[in-house]
Ligand binder design. Sequence first.
Ligand SMILES: [Zn+2]
Length: 258
Amino acid sequence: MVALLRSLPPAAAATLLLAPAAQLTSSAVAASAVSGRRWRSVRTNAGGGWLSGLLGGKGGGAPTAMTVTPGTVKAGDPVLHEPAQEVAPGDVRSDRVQGIIDRMIDVMRKAPGVGLAAPQIGVPLRIIVLEDTQEYISYTSKKDIEEQDRRPFALLVIINPKLKNTSKRTALFFEGCLSVDGYRAVVERHLDVEVSGLDHNGNPIKVQASGWQARILQHECDHLEGTLYVDKMVPRTFRIVDNLDMPLPIGCPPLGAR
Ligand SMILES: [Zn+2]
């Protein structure tokens, strides 16, 4: 995701940086048991965020003990590097899956972030949540909002998402991730996508998205394949958040639509 944190008002920034570490929830434990694997995740490590990431702003530099994103697992944990499992349609309305969804929304909003995939809370299931608000967008410059084609959209919960590109248009912008706190890199993404799957009630849904929302969807669906943005980034653009505005190295492609 692309970043917001640089421009957060002081109170919000303090909340972000000083939020207490989250506890492992019973639903998380249940999911661990059901998945049949030891759930090593759900740690409470360094911060910055997918909002900080996908919101587009700076999140306070390299990860430290004071920049915690509660409840998210971090790069290096196998759950983030392996494909996640489909949710059986008959399980969508179960207490277990509903509890996982509730926790994902909670973690995303507290980060704050504009998207989250279940593996990021240590759950190896194909579930994503995303949301962008006028408030989040207001922390980004008008120029960036226009260039990134960023518009608010209501909370989306998509289970077993299937993503396809609906045009050949692409764009390069900086992204971050709640699981790779404190860093950003340029990633080329498709500008127009369609995602089909199930909603939180298990009913079929189809989402047509473009611009920043399409980027968020691609980033979150990548998580379900065990792919992080750093696996797709333009390598020499990787940097700490505080250096986000510094020039790209010579030879790197320019930001924007291609
Ligand atoms: Zn991410």
